[in-house]
Ligand binder design. Structure first.
Ligand SMILES: Nc1ncnc2c1ncn2[C@@H]1O[C@H](COP(=O)(O)OP(=O)(O)O)[C@@H](O)[C@H]1O
Ligand SMILES: [Mg+2]
Length: 331
């Protein structure tokens, strides 16, 4: 909405531009949300691992999801893709509530997440892993699918797998054991496998972890190409340079909650605070009171972030305290 200093090219749809003018406030409405999350909670023992009041993911955008270890990012992915069951809440994808569906039905609707390859999968070939990407998410039994033969469907899936392997430059590895791949090649395989379902929303959980710099660039290129093909991407990553480079929008979680969101430019203009928050405070236990307001050191960090970056969600009540306004935080 608001005029910006960028020079728009009307022939290119730029998700970052469609998000221009969206207020940098937790839970803010997006112009064209593909996935809308409401009141989602998940408790482990006494710990609220996820407590997301409202969150919208913009269609066709790359949303960077950041936050310290234990913030609830992976748990949120598990909930949204049906691999874990929420205690409360709903999430709507293209008008379809997904919260009651098992993973393969969520995937069939077009929402997939990546996993790290397990040891078991390392003992299968790259091509078999790709086929598993299709059958596993389609809810068929893997052994039945792989070894009893599917005829035409099997041939189609094999063809699709080989095309995707070529795209990710893994075609020469098709018959190799997945366990023989480098860390980076496994990440590429993981992404290729997720695409076997022709997804519309792809959730990538730390796809860059343990990848060498050369493959990192290649991976980033592939992630951007998913967006260029119209997919919506949610992307968990700790490296702030990567987040700034690739994200159209950034969501910050801490202790299960969305504590901030905004354009990546807001992050880069306050790098020191973000790095402090995600770096030296990375393993610090964040503290919140019973109302969900940050206290102590956590309050200082959050207040600093909000004051510097996400202003507007910080009310000046004139008391001089560092506590963000409760109403502003919880809507
Ligand atoms: N299956 C589980 N059982 C018990 N606690 C869990 C489980 N999964 C996650 N947690 C806890 O939930 C919190 C959020 O974890 P997680 O979603 O993995 O965070 P992140 O991905 O942001 O690092 C952590 O405190 C973690 O220990
Ligand atoms: Mg995680």
């Amino acid at each position: 909405m608001a005029a910006e200093d960028t020079t728009p090219d009307p022939t290119v749809t730029d998700p970052a531009r469609t998000l221009t003018g969206v207020a940098p406030e937790p839970g803010v409405a997006k112009p064209d949300p593909v996935l809308t999350v409401d009141g989602v909670t998940r408790t482990f023992g006494g710990l609220k691992a996820v407590d997301v009041a409202h969150l919208e993911f913009e269609r066709g955008a790359i949303t960077g999801l950041i936050g310290p270890n234990g913030a609830g990012k992976t748990t949120l992915f598990n909930l949204l893709t049906g691999f874990d069951r929420a205690d409360t809440g709903s999430w709507i994808y293209e008008g379809n509530p997904l919260q009651k569906l098992p993973p393969h039905r969520v995937a069939r609707k077009g929402v997939v997440r990546t996993f790290q390859l397990t040891k078991a999968l390392a003992g299968m070939t790259v091509l078999e892993n790709m086929k598993l990407g299709a059958v596993g998410q389609r809810g068929e039994t893997f052994l039945g699918a792989l070894f009893t033969g599917w005829g035409a469907q099997e041939r189609r899936i094999t063809e699709q797998a080989r095309e995707l392997l070529a795209r990710f430059k893994l075609d020469t590895k098709a018959e190799d054991l997945a366990g023989s791949l480098s860390g980076g090649q496994r990440k590429l395989l993981e992404m290729a496998r997720a695409l076997m379902m022709d997804p519309k929303v792809v959730m990538l959980d730390e796809p860059m972890a343990g990848v060498n710099p050369v493959l990192t660039q290649s991976l980033l290129g592939h992630v951007k190409s998913l967006r260029d093909e119209g997919m919506s991407v949610v992307f968990v990553e700790h490296d702030m340079d990567v987040i700034r480079d690739i994200s159209d929008w950034v969501v910050v979680m801490a202790q299960g909650r969305v504590i901030a969101e905004g354009p990546p430019s807001a992050l880069s203009s306050n790098q020191a605070v973000v790095d402090a928050y995600l770096g030296s405070h990375h393993d610090q236990v964040l503290e919140f009171d019973e109302h969900g307001n940050p206290v102590g050191q956590t309050a200082e960090i959050v207040a600093e972030m909000e004051a510097a970056e996400f202003e507007g969600s910080l009310a000046d009540d004139g008391t001089g305290t560092a506590h963000p306004d409760q109403e502003g935080k919880r809507t």
